[in-house]
Design a protein around this ligand. Structure first.
Ligand SMILES: Cc1cc2nc3c(=O)[nH]c(=O)nc-3n(C[C@H](O)[C@H](O)[C@H](O)COP(=O)(O)OP(=O)(O)OC[C@H]3O[C@@H](n4cnc5c(N)ncnc54)[C@H](O)[C@@H]3O)c2cc1C
Length: 339
């Protein structure tokens, strides 16, 4: 019989589990019901007691100031101790940056195997795990005999478990911590309002190279493009993606949008984000770009070119229109909605 452990960790505030952790709890509950297997939740947090309260089953936790911040040595030691205490044969964990950097090491310490980028779990007699290969072009279902089997779950693939007021039992595990060479002195991050990549946003806005190209008046309008895009992001809290052509332009000394980097790039050599809706603007919709839209449910595009890739079955709706005009009008409506 399998024994399932879901590893979770607190968010930056320390007062709640991360959304991706709660998604892993949902996946663990489903799997435990399907395999009729016992489920334990492991918590890595400075103060786990209040976090365990709303959980649906018993929890094991590590606590104390070493877990207030992500750090390889302390997090890896904590997760190894939790796996040992739970005697887990299947370990589910969110693919957060905190856990992604330690989990292969934890699997190695437990003489187990790990698979990453898992998007679904299925099977009733045995566990089957789904992931995509070759830049989201081939979907495979994996089974393994080896135990413990560690599975890092891609964020956004399960609904987050809605904790309910309760009193699930929690046991604290003592961890023998190694000597640490790293002291976390604080966090430095751009203001939230300056962050353009927002994985939890409902909407993805993609900017293509057309924004910086010569327009029908024979001129480029890059500053206006920047204002329109930033205005749209501010009004909608959308996440900003880009085509490769647009982010590459910076390296060629061309007119560029200063807030875009290669981290915004969507596609074969970029990211494959998950959002409920996507709006592409001034982008041609070529296959190496659109392959990054695999997990965007509702796709729309604004392009001047009626023969662009979007019109050839890649989008649900294509507006053959000037994006400067459309986004300008949209922003006006978003900022001053009609009564
Ligand atoms: C191996 C390989 C990997 C690649 N990986 C990626 C990748 O990961 N991501 C990626 O994006 N690309 C990738 N590419 C490049 C990809 O093939 C395209 O070249 C790129 O996506 C084109 O970017 P674009 O559509 O923004 O620019 P363009 O092809 O220049 O298209 C600009 C579009 O904007 C439209 N336009 C201009 N002005 C307006 C306006 N005012 N209103 C509305 N529309 C307007 C034009 O009609 C045009 O259709 C890859 C290519 C290769 C060979």
């Amino acid at each position: 019989m399998e024994t399932i452990l879901v590893l979770t960790h607190a968010d930056e505030s320390g007062s709640a589990l991360t959304k991706a952790s709660l998604e892993a709890v949902t996946a663990g509950l489903d799997l435990a019901a399907r395999l009729a297997a016992p489920l334990t939740i492991g918590i890595v947090a400075e103060n786990p007691q209040p976090l365990a309260k709303g959980l649906p089953c018993a929890a094991l936790a590590v606590s104390g100031s070493p877990y207030a911040q992500p750090r390889f040595s302390t997090d890896a030691a904590a997760c190894t101790a939790l796996c040992l205490a739970a005697k887990a044969t299947i370990v589910l964990a969110p693919a957060s940056s905190r856990f992604t950097r330690i989990m292969a090491s934890v699997a190695h310490r437990m003489s187990g195997l790990i698979d990453t980028h898992i998007t679904a779990l299925s099977g009733t007699d045995t566990l089957e795990a789904t992931r995509w290969f070759y830049r989201q072009r081939i979907e495979a279902v994996l089974t393994r005999q080896a135990r413990p089997w560690f599975l890092l779950l891609d964020p956004g693939t399960n609904p987050a478990y809605a904790s309910e007021p309760g009193s699930a039992p929690m046991e604290e595990i003592t961890v023998e911590l190694p000597t640490t060479n790293t002291t976390v002195t604080g966090l430095r991050a751009p203001e939230q309002s300056q962050q353009t990549i927002r994985p939890d946003a409902q909407l993805l806005l993609v900017a293509g190279a057309g924004w910086t190209k010569k327009q029908p008046d024979g001129q480029t309008h890059t500053p206006e493009a920047a204002n329109l895009i930033l205005g749209f992001l501010q009004a909608t809290s959308a996440s900003l993606g880009s085509s490769k052509s647009l982010v590459d332009q910076g390296g060629e000394g061309n007119s560029v949008l200063p807030f875009l980097t290669h981290l915004n790039q969507i596609g074969q050599t970029g990211a494959t984000p998950r959002h409920a809706k996507g709006l592409s603007t001034c982008c041609h919709g070529e296959e190496p770009h659109v392959v990054g839209w695999r997990f965007i449910a509702d796709r729309r595009a604004i392009s001047l070119d009626p023969n662009c890739g979007w019109t050839r079955g890649k989008a649900d709706v294509v507006y053959i229109a000037d994006a400067f005009q459309v986004i300008g009008k949209l922003n006006a409506l978003l900022i001053h909605p009609r009564a």
